[in-house]
Write a protein that binds this ligand. Sequence first.
Ligand SMILES: *Cc1c(COP(=O)(O)O)cnc(C)c1O
Length: 224
Amino acid sequence: MSIKANLIEIKNTFTDPNCKLIAVSKTKPAELIMEAYEAGVRDFGENKVQEMVEKAEKLPKDIRWHMIGHLQRNKVKYMAEFVHLIHGVDSLKLLKEINKQAIKVNRTINCLLQVHIAEEDSKFGFDEKELLDMLAGEVIHELKNVKIIGLMGMATFTENQIQVEKEFAGLKSLKDKLSQSQLPENFDLQELSMGMTGDYLIAQKQGSTMVRIGTAIFGERDYN
Ligand SMILES: *Cc1c(COP(=O)(O)O)cnc(C)c1O
């Protein structure tokens, strides 16, 4: 099937037509990204800074680039000028660095805080206490060149749909709880980035506003 046909098929399954689709193009060449672009996609997700920078240089300038992977602080500077949204912010240190680089390029960079919702230890993110501690501190208020527009989470990789549903529901209720509390001025929690190829329908049911889909659009990734 073509990328365009895949996109149509995926969109047809959406139970929330307002949910945004981020096409995860990591490891995929520019030609395939252009096929999705021609089919109307403007939001693309990458998990490696260098790969995203290289693609952004040669592809159309109206693409919105989403950094979805684990981000190292020393890489932020390479994408500060153009990145649309950073999904995986998992520490105050990283947020401070994003703020610093945003000042240099005279931007406000939109970010999502990644929350650890999965059972596995390997998935990055804040736990609820760490997040509340950060919110209670002083430093967060000083970061005027970042804007926290939502939360991001990855569910456990499991066949157990009930568990996945619970994890996503937990993230949604955390967002609702935070939204009802007194938040720093640089917070405006709108987005919930949750759901990938295997679990995006469950995520939409639990209130996802952004799904990050790679395999169902572009096919399996080849990591050789
Ligand atoms: C790779 C990746 C995705 C997309 O995964 P698929 O299963 O191919 O849809 C989504 N989110 C993150 C953070 C990823 O690294």
